[in-house]
Design a protein. Structure first.
Length: 296
């Protein structure tokens, strides 16, 4: 059975089809138009292209979004693609496509994908963090997404930076209306902004060239990310921490983060591995596919 999923990102929308063994049989993407009605049409067009490429019809669609569904209203909330907020995106998409659609937060999709057959395979409790344009998190226990009573499980991107230093308080203003959110410290743009370079890659290139100020920015980034992950470890004590998004490609994180996390954890031992998402930027769309089990 071929299953289909959508990764609805802030900059691009991707639709993919996977075989029963998790192999891509179709994968298409377009830029996100940044408009509600236009985005519905882009998803519909990409799905038609993916069906043609896969030689199969999509019976049910899984979709990962940068936000969550309010259990009270059924409307999208907390999306940094703010035009989704307050809209019945899942219902509108079902009507447009004339088939069932199942939505989940994009970080939850990352966690689900990596727990299924990626860096968290075989682990009972997986915490996955997206460190990209924004910052999100997802928790999977025994192969199931933990969304919580209010549907916000894993949303560490909008908790405050733990143990802030005087110069870090109150912190940058976040799009959510608060100050000092983790997203404003550990998302990709936060790293490059702190270093004074246009992009994270240029910052890393500067570090390779011996730029001391860029190296100091990476030191601050590791420390802040370590503080945030330590708070997560105190709450759920995951078996593995998986990193996705653009910043997950900074290899130095995997060597340095354990030492940055350990002193902050309320334990005499810290042995939790920190791993790079095995499926890279494919994890979001793969997790969206896994929202529908094979037997469904």
């Amino acid at each position: 059975m071929i299953r289909f999923g959508v990764d609805f990102g802030g900059t691009k929308i991707e639709v993919a089809a996977l075989s029963e063994v998790g192999e891509f049989v179709a994968r298409v993407r377009k830029p996100n138009p940044g408009d509600y009605a236009a985005a519905l049409e882009v998803v519909a067009g990409l799905l038609a292209d993916a069906e043609c490429m896969a030689g199969a019809t999509c019976a049910r669609l899984g979709l990962g979004i940068p936000g969550s569904i309010s259990p009270r209203t059924g409307l999208i909330r907390n999306a940094n693609s703010v035009y989704l907020n307050g809209r019945p995106f899942g219902e509108d998409l079902e009507q447009r496509l004339a088939r069932p659609v199942r939505l989940a937060n994009d970080a939850n999709c990352l966690a689900l994908s990596e727990a299924a057959d990626g860096a968290g395979a075989g682990a009972r409790v997986v915490f996955a963090a997206i460190l990209g344009t924004g910052c999100g998190g997802g928790v999977v226990v025994d192969g199931k997404i933990i969304e919580g009573h209010n549907g916000i499980g894993g949303e560490w991107g909008h908790m405050p930076l733990p143990w802030p230093r005087p110069e870090e308080y109150p912190g940058p203003e976040c799009w959510c209306g608060r100050n000092g959110c983790m997203e404003k410290w550990v998302a990709g743009p936060a790293f490059s902004r702190d270093a004074g370079f246009p992009t994270g890659q240029e910052t890393m290139d500067a570090i390779e060239s011996g730029d001391a100020s860029a190296a100091a920015a990476l030191d601050r980034y590791v420390d802040r990310l370590g503080r945030g992950l330590a708070a997560i470890c105190d709450i759920i004590d995951p078996d593995v921490i998986v990193l996705g998004g653009g910043m997950s490609n900074v290899d130095a994180l995997y060597e340095r983060l354990p030492a940055a996390i350990a002193p902050r954890v309320f334990s005499d031992v810290f042995e939790t591995p920190v791993k790079k998402a095995e499926h890279g930027d494919s994890s979001g769309v793969r997790g969206a596919v896994w929202l529908w089990p094979l037997e469904a």
